[in-house]
Design a protein around this ligand. Structure first.
Ligand code: ADP
Length: 604
């Protein structure tokens, strides 16, 4: 390998190739049939049978003539013509069938491979922790799954087409060359001409090394382009409100320009291989011819050798371009492998403990947490956090933005593991539980709940897929969203747009609350919406939350002081530390920051 960067092992692809093996073999066999019928069958027919019809029996194959005479008697020519005229279309039909099978089966192999690969990458994506998603842009990940996987599929199809056929052709041609030059004493000519073959390797290597670099950049750039598109289509409001169209367009154009430049470079390196090989081969051939003629080679031998040489350059050219194709696909392979081999930073334990049933205390023990991407000169997102949240408590997290509230809440469902210290649930370190088990105990109402492209009922049911219709309606009722749903044209069967565009912020939040009611988990994490809801929605959300927190252990990231009425305990966060802990009334008296924040809010 020309580059020394750590390269993911191709073995990663093996499981996806397995279901493609049989179609590949079938494709190879039918390809061989096609090649024999066109490469050998047609010329053989021309040479052995055709002369009979034109009265040149002596040029036809004696075996064919003898067989025809035995079958049809002395007057065989007319009947043989009939057989040939009927037989030829039949051969063509068979040949066409082989060609069809060949294409069909090789594509089947390619698509099976693509299918398995995409499924594995998608599955892996769903397992990967939040941290992974913060490092990668959504559009870029989509582009890997769609475009890069497609690139690899093309390679598999091309490889199964060429990697078997071309070496066979090369071996056959070389065999003929060697045989002839030994028997006909024209070894010198062949030797010189063939010396050009190893010389061809030099430009192939040089071009494909450059190609690999371009391929990496190209795959990266395709991801960037997809990311730019995703960003734009996800934010029509911001873009149109601030008249950012021309700015976005300019950025997109810029990305396209880079992509075009890289694509053309890749095309250049991909196409440069064949002409260079042709040139070197011609030079070698001509030098061979020069010395061949000088040493008295005869014309018949020369033309036979010439054809055989020509036939062996063809596969070399093809193998050179396969090499180029492999390089092109390598960038894509690396990008997919990066997903397949991305480390799970919050892995499940090998021997997980069962989650203790019922309501359990949650303890943070000397927890310190720093985001891997966080700048080193900033304070850790959490330091010296040591608290216990008793079962059934409703704890509100308050503090300035960036103080660590969200981070604290995210450690409970184990979206991250503490850098130091530990978090326990019912006395068990969260790292000893599986994430799935743990998360069954926790309902999360996020700030900006995502809705799926499905009906309202299905959107509520996500938190408990086996819930009955009655349960869904009950949950919606308790979340104060039932009446609204009833007023929709198709009620609970109304489809929700992607990202829930047709529901208001307050309605989306209440759908999330309904999900939490349905899940009926002992622990609740509430991330309050920062943007104020309209007062009616606000009142309903507050009322629903009041009921939701009943009997559960609740951690609430509070952005508005109005919601603190729900809490019986407050944790004040400042720069990643908990600086105040107690009931609201006490803190009002004793905690200066808390009091100041409250006054500011009341003024607003
Ligand atoms: P809050 O919820 O109180 O506003 P956060 O918990 O979101 O605060 O953030 C705490 C600190 O961690 C901040 O300094 C923030 O910049 C940093 N931070 C939050 N999320 C990330 C992240 N994904 N990567 C790097 N730093 C982060």
């Amino acid at each position: 390998m020309a580059t020394r960067t750590a390269q993911p092992s191709l073995r990663l692809l093996k499981p996806f190739l397995r279901p493609a093996v049989w179609p590949m073999v079938g494709g190879f066999v039918s390809g061989l049939g096609y090649a024999l019928m066109s490469g050998v069958g047609l010329p053989a027919m021309l040479k052995t049978v055709m002369p009979v019809f034109f009265g040149r029996e002596e040029e036809a194959s004696p075996q064919v003539v003898a067989a025809a005479k035995a079958l049809f008697g002395e007057d065989y020519a007319a009947k043989l013509l009939l057989v040939a005229c009927l037989g030829m279309p039949a051969v063509m039909l068979l040949r066409g069938l082989c060609a069809l099978m060949n294409r069909y089966l090789l594509n089947l192999a390619g698509f099976r491979f693509l299918d398995g690969l995409r499924r594995a990458v998608f599955a892996r994506l769903q397992e990967l922790p939040l941290e992974f998603y913060q490092r990668h842009k959504a559009g870029d990940l989509v582009s890997r799954l769609v475009t890069d996987a497609q690139q690899l599929k093309h390679l598999v199809t091309a490889l199964s087409e060429d990697l078997i056929k071309q070496p066979l052709l090369l071996l056959a041609a070389l065999g003929f060359l060697i045989y002839t030059s030994i028997t006909e004493r024209s070894a010198l000519f062949t030797l010189i001409a063939l010396l050009s073959v190893p010389v061809c390797v030099i430009p192939i290597r040089a071009a494909t090394t450059r190609l690999l670099r371009r391929a990496r950049a190209l795959a990266y750039q395709s991801g960037e382009l997809a990311a730019a598109v995703t960003e734009t289509v996800q934010a029509p409001l911001e873009i149109q409100a601030d008249n950012l169209q021309s700015r976005q367009q300019e950025r997109f154009d810029q990305q396209l320009r880079v992509l075009l430049r890289l694509s053309m470079k890749a095309v250049k390196y991909e196409s440069i291989v064949a002409p260079i090989i042709e040139f070197i081969a011609t030079v070698g051939f001509m030098i061979g011819l020069y010395f061949g003629v000088k040493s008295g080679i005869d014309f018949a031998t020369f033309s036979a050798l010439g054809v055989a040489l020509y036939l062996s350059y063809e596969p070399i050219k093809a193998l050179g371009s396969i090499q180029a194709k492999i390089r092109s696909a390598q960038g894509s392979f690396e990008r997919l492998a990066a997903i397949l081999t991305a480390p799970d930073t919050v892995p499940d334990p090998p021997r997980p403990k069962p989650v203790p049933a019922g309501r359990q205390p949650i303890r943070f023990e000397q927890v310190r947490f720093r985001y891997p991407t966080q700048a080193l000169d900033t304070p850790a997102a959490l330091s010296d956090v040591d608290v216990e949240i008793a079962p059934g408590e409703t704890v509100a997290l308050v503090g300035p933005s960036g103080a660590g509230k969200t981070t604290f809440a995210l450690l409970v469902p184990r979206f991250y593991d503490p850098t130091e210290g530990r978090v326990t649930y019912g006395g068990i370190d969260l790292r000893e539980l599986t994430k799935a088990d743990l998360r069954r105990q926790i309902a999360i109402v996020p700030q900006n709940p995502a809705l799926f492209h499905a009906t309202i009922a299905e959107n509520i049911r996500v938190s408990r897929p086996d819930a009955s219709d009655a349960d869904v309606i009950e949950a919606a009722r308790r979340a104060y969203i039932h009446d609204f749903i009833q007023s929709l044209p198709a009620g609970y069967d109304t489809m929700v747009g992607e990202r829930g565009a047709s529901l208001s912020g307050g309605q989306r939040q209440r759908i999330a609350v309904a999900r939490a009611f349905l899940k009926n988990a002992p622990v609740l994490i509430l991330d309050e919406a920062t943007s104020a809801l309209d007062s009616e929605s606000e009142a309903m959300v507050q009322e629903a939350l009041k009921q939701l927190v009943q009997g559960r252990t609740t951690i609430m990231i509070a952005h508005r002081f109005s919601s603190l009425t729900l809490a019986n305990r407050i944790l004040v966060f400042e720069q990643g530390r908990i600086t105040g802990d107690g009931p609201p009334e006490t803190l009002r008296r004793t905690h200066a920051t808390y009091r100041r924040m409250q006054e500011l809010q009341q003024l607003a």
